[in-house]
Design a protein around this ligand. Structure first.
Ligand code: MN
Length: 456
């Protein structure tokens, strides 16, 4: 490595500062793309560089026509490194393109700041944008946006904490006094979900007697002498005292294996400058709000929230988030209404094009306890814009795994034998198969899982 990532980010910042052109920022519509756009927009505004913004679902043959043919400097965020040939073929000049990206670069025709050049694999595009921004000026406050993008892009998922250079970025936010790192339960909803509902919704790991069982969750809390309401409102995890939290944690740990219990623990990044009991209060919920805006193709609403709107756009974003959760709930009800088809070792349902492929795995996980708990569930669905391939999502549970089920292997091997692909974990996996071969695929995966159980 000839240069380290920090000094490279400074060189890259100089390229931005020395440009006399107007800017066009082009970014992706997910949480990482939206926060990347927000970081660069704020950075350029602070130094009075004019720019326009453009969000793209992806950069391909169709969408490239949206890139203006003008003399602006096009700064690509969270995309671009893998599409340099496409840009080149569309006659974009080397002088009018800059790229900040963390996807695998395909070539190096244009100037790019890409984490793969430094062997950094746990930094988001928002993290890279922040490094550039910090080289331009002391924009430490923007570290919060960088953290949201990283959490949204699942950079913290493997170890339940941000690592490497992303950790240094996190620490900038801590030093600024805007981020607090807690090492505690790390699950969705610590700032907004009433505690009994937070427990009821636990699905990874599934907690016997609590998951999907609101009555038992309320009972547990009353047995532990933890009030679920205060005078004004339901209490959320963030409202509890350390002692109350410890009591819940030990109740959970007594119901789970050490391995499963540890899955629930990890870091949460709390934003002290945001209102309590809102989805802006922690990185997981903030990034989910942005991803919901992206899935409904309204990234600009998310951007306005990142830029500070807490009024009209924020209200809209809350509606997106509600919609997102509602669709997941509809999928859940749809599966229960239609019912699954049972084979010897699996059960399945084809949800056609009724739901976005990005959420069918979430639905499969939620519904498993309501159908046959002894067999893995497989959901097949269409992928928007794809005619040739279909999405497959599979979910299992602890008991099935004890009996030998390993969905990661099953999906990976069987999908590949059909010319598709996939993977994941033993309890949850997903992949792609060619359209028209669903029946064969299901029969083969049924055989394969039968084999896993027998050979156990
Ligand atoms: Mn990204």
């Amino acid at each position: 490595m000839s240069k380290d990532i920090i000094s490279y980010s400074q060189d890259f910042a100089d390229k931005i500062l020395s440009s006399k052109r107007k800017f066009t920022l082009v970014s992706h519509i997910d949480a990482d793309g939206i926060t990347s756009m927000a970081i660069m927009a704020r950075t350029l505004r602070r130094i009075k560089i004019k720019f326009k913004g453009l969000f793209l679902r992806q950069l391909d043959d169709l969408t490239i026509n949206k890139i203006p043919k003008d003399n602006s400097l096009k700064l690509f965020l969270d995309m671009g490194s893998g599409q340099q040939e496409l840009l080149y073929n569309h006659q974009f000049d080397k002088k009018e393109i800059l790229i900040i990206d963390h996807h695998v670069p395909r070539s190096n025709y244009y100037d790019q700041f890409n984490s793969h050049m430094f062997n950094e694999h746990k930094i988001s595009a928002s993290g890279l944008c922040y490094l550039v921004s910090k080289s331009i000026s002391n924009n430490y406050d923007l570290s919060k946006l960088a953290v949201i993008g990283a959490v949204g892009d699942m950079m913290a998922n493997e170890t339940n904490r941000l690592e490497g250079i992303m950790r240094d970025i996190l620490n900038d936010g801590v030093k600024e006094g805007i981020i607090e790192v807690t090492n505690d339960l790390s699950i969705y909803g610590i700032s907004t979900r009433p505690i009994h509902i937070m427990l009821e919704y636990l699905d990874d790991p599934y907690v016997d007697g609590l998951t999907d069982n609101a009555v038992e969750c309320v009972n547990l809390l009353s047995n532990l002498q933890i009030p679920i309401r205060d005078q004004e409102d339901w209490r959320v995890w963030e409202d509890l005292t350390k002692d109350e939290k410890d009591r819940i944690k030990s109740a959970l740990s007594s119901r789970l294996s050490d391995e499963d219990f540890n899955k629930l623990l990890g870091e949460e990044y709390i934003f002290k400058d945001e209102k309590r009991k809102t989805p802006l209060r922690n990185a997981k919920e903030f990034s989910t709000l942005l991803n919901a805006c992206g899935r409904w193709v309204k990234p600009k609403i998310g951007l306005q929230v990142c830029l500070g709107d807490r009024d009209r756009y924020y209200e809209d974003a809350l509606i997106m988030l509600k919609n997102h959760k509602r669709v997941i709930r509809e999928l859940y009800n749809h599966i229960l209404e239609k019912g699954v088809v049972e084979l010897d070792a699996i059960q399945y349902i084809d949800v056609k094009d009724y739901f976005p492929d990005t959420i069918i795995g979430i639905g499969a996980g939620m519904v498993l306890s309501k159908v046959n708990r002894e067999k893995p569930i497989i959901i097949i669905g269409d992928i928007i814009g794809e005619k040739e391939i279909r999405k497959v999502s599979a979910r299992s549970n602890k008991e099935q795994i004890k009996n030998g089920v390993n969905l990661q292997k099953a999906i990976n091997i069987v999908a590949e034998s059909f010319g598709g692909g996939g993977g994941g974990h033993n309890i949850a996996a997903g992949g792609y198969i060619p359209k028209g071969r669903e029946k064969e695929f299901l029969l083969k995966i049924d055989e394969y899982i039968k084999g896993q159980i027998i050979s156990k």
